[in-house]
Every structure is written in C-alpha cells, then in structure tokens.
Write a new protein. Sequence first.
Length: 299
Amino acid sequence: MAGEFAFIDWIRKQQKSGGIVAVPAGDDLAVLDWPTGELLLVGVDQVMDGVHFDSAVHSPADIGRKVMNRNLSDCAAMACLPAAAVATVALPRSVSMDYAKELYLGMKEAGEKYGCALVGGDTGSWDGKLVMTVSILGRSAGIRPVLRSGAKAGDTIYVTGPLGGSILGRHLRFEPRIELARELAGRGVANAMIDVSDGLSRDLGHICRESVLGAVIDAERIPVHADAIELAARTGRPAIQHALHDGEDHELIVVGASGLGATLVEIGRMVAGEGIMLRTGGREERLKAQGWEHGFATR
C-alpha cells in the first residue's frame, strides 16, 4: 500500500473536535474532556483474518464495522455509553490505500452511530494477514455499570433476540443493544448482563460463575434464528444446537426481575447451585459449554 504517513494524514483529515473530544488525533495523544463524576469503562477487542472474518470474502468496510461493533456490544453488556475509541491495524503489505481507507471508514461509521469518536491508534504493515484491534472508552453517564456478578437466585433469564447461525452473515452485521441495555439498567431491573459473543451456553456460564449460581433454561423458549434453521439443514445438527452454541449473535443475556417487557424473551431462571441445566420436554440435563474458545498450544 502507499506510505504509512500518507494514510495517517488522511485519517487526521477525517477527525474533528467536538463533544468530549477536545483535541483529536494529530499529537502523540488525543485529549478528552471527561465529564465530572462519571465512571470510565475500558475494553479492548481484536479480530484476525481467518478467525473472525475472511478477507477474501468480506469487504473491508464490513470488517471495520465488525471490530468496532464488537466493542460497542461490550458497552451494551455493561449499560455504558461509548465515548471514544482507538484502533491498531496490522495491514498485509499487498493491500491498497483504498482498502485501508474502507477499513477505517467502516470503524468510524459504526462508532459515530453511537456517538463514539475514533480518536487515534496505530498502523503498520507486514507479511502476515490482516489483524485489527480496537480499544474503547465508555462512560457511565448516570447509570451504574451492570456486572456479571449481580444475578440472584430466582431471577429470570432473558435474551434480547433470536440466536444461532450468525456465520451466515450476522457475525459481520449486527446492532449493539446499547439503547435497550441503558433503558433496563436505568430502571434498575437488570441485575446481570453479558453479550452473546461466544455462544449462549458459554456466556450464560460466565454469569453463573461470577454470581456463584446455577441456571435452568427451557429449550422450547430459546428463540431460534432463521439462520440457525438454514444452517442446520447444511450441517445436519439440530437448529437448537446452533442457537445454544454458535456465538457472535451479539444479543444480550439479561438477568433480572420478571416481566421486563415484550422486547425480551424469557428463557429460564437462576437457581442455587452451579452449572446450567437444559430442560427439554420435562427432562433436565446438564448443558456443556460448546461455544467459541481460543486455544493455546500445550507443552
């Protein structure tokens, strides 16, 4: 691609001050005018070609949107408002300046939709595949962050939408549930939340462990996405298995009071004990987490 400094100069021209951004990218650090009395929430997420997307198939704009939206979905999971983000990009030497610009614009447009300015980062090129990382800053804005550890025995378990089959395209194009999360947390009815990035079975397990509780969920109540049904026809696995384990739906698991509204789907209850039980036709069996987990070499 063209020189790094030409790309950086182009990025600087995309940025402007405003809101909490007192000084955008251009100096060694951006400057934020952080609101007094607000909590700062910080997160980071990485995507890699061949793991989270396929650059031979997916557009650079979609890839950029995905890495930003993954971070925005984490903001939703804790009911905070995204405020600003920085990104690092390791670009293959073979890509063009136009490709790099589309990546940036995908991130920028996804963030701007939720008032999250992309205020800096770093770029480099190498002989490997595309790797991108976004670090995000969130602000509490008058609402206490919702933690995974806040669930109580007897709480209702909900999901915010249908699950499964995201690999057919929704893993690239999804909408972070920020407004809904803020509304629930603002009412004080969400005791614990997490976004479904690694699969319902694995992510609900995180809430169980952090809250030192178990869960019972009803297979018949779990909303199965049409994509899961289509994928099941290809894989031969039941659609409910895709809904339980696929991941990258980026819907929210919400644990809290009963009767939270028609926008949420009730799927079970938090209970004393540990682990997750799946109820099917009156029978219960332990549900093993089968969602995504990065592996490490053994020695």
